[in-house]
Design a protein around this ligand. Sequence first.
Ligand code: C5P
Length: 459
Amino acid sequence: MIEKLNIDGATESIRNHAAARVVSHHDADGITAAGIMCHVLYRMGKRFQTTIISQLDHEFVKRLNETHNSDRGEGDGDRGEGGDGGGDGGGGVLTIFCDMGSGHSDLVNEVSGDVLVIDHHIPVGELRCPHVNPHLVGIDGAFELSASGAVYEVAKGLSERNTDLSGLAIAGAIGDKQLMTGANADILKDGIESGAITVTKGLRIGDGDIADLLERNSEIYLDFTGDAAKVNEFLKEINVSGRLSEMDEPTSRRLATALTLKLLRRSSPDAIESLIGDVYLLSHEVIPNADDFVSALHACSRLNELGLALSLCLRDRAGVSHAARAAVEYQRTLVKDVREAEPGIVQHDHITCVRLHDAEATGIIASTVTRFLYPEKPCIVLNESDDRIKISARGTKDMIACGLDLAEVLRVASSAAGGRGGGHSIAAGAAVPKGAADAFLATADSLVGEQLKSREEKG
Ligand code: C5P
């Protein structure tokens, strides 16, 4: 299936340039995508510089273009000889966008010099550069191939020896809550065969003391989350304690059964599915439990420690304990934020909505609300800050099966409200000017209604 991905333009472009400017997105998928690309460029003996950003906009493109000419990669004598698959690399600086660009062709087309886009967001408009994207070849980029997966495929196209990077690709897919089917399953197979990934069965909430994990991890959001006394009561009732990875089979089964019963009362089926099942251990990465690795990347990103996040993907152990501590603190903050947001949840006809001010991690709040609290409708979180309103929307796989496409909803509703948005069918984002919240919500609510209704009618 993965052979379909059209990577020749990308591999040729990388081979033909002496240096690259890598620009990637600040979530776990974007950071692992950048990490894979950095490994590859290093192995090929190319010079590179990496920038992780939250969102591509005119301002960033302007700054990129201003520095492009001072950044030219000629005459450095540091070409690809001896590196994996390095060509002669004489062609100056290549700007490589990872995990962004497909949805903003107008912006990418403004970038000076040679450009390459490797992304998995739904393409909008025509790009005038090599473009790798699963949607272009009939693979669903929301579920079956992430940006890190697409970059991994380019890496593998450059050298078969790059299969050791498959663990990073799988971490990126987990960060985007993708399925291990189709193209992702092919990457997983590479990882297992090359020894980069081992799969065990269990709970997908990272490793550590179970009481501590259940208290602080919003990846499993239940009535006791955030309350140590209630968590201990629950664990005592089912006679479970200790470190998750060291539990014997009957204990972990008892735990999984008790948690599933609790989840069934309110959560979406995909929340339950993604929590109990295959646990991925990444043998080459500095944080082997893939779920812990992803949490550390999220935490570093939110704390704006993007260099640290990238260093983890580059297998530098120096920052591991700091990142792991940051992840624990960040998870506690998230749980507190979701608890505080709960009383402000408002039901519209077709969406659940939360309006916040200067909040953190609106995407995670939206995802927690729709997966664990109100799985009947997509959740849209509006976060007002000084200059604008940032919006995150999340749905469930069941809603997608019923016709929901949040990328379209956010693109259309934000543009009608004077903003900009896009993303994936199941997870999308936007930004609109202050004062445009009501107009945005009214359009979004009716668009979601129309999408779900038109599928009902067709069905
Ligand atoms: O910001 P958030 O995590 O909610 O974004 C969800 C998805 O929507 C991401 O994949 C992001 O790239 C996309 N997005 C977008 N345009 C925006 C904001 C987010 O395409 N203005």
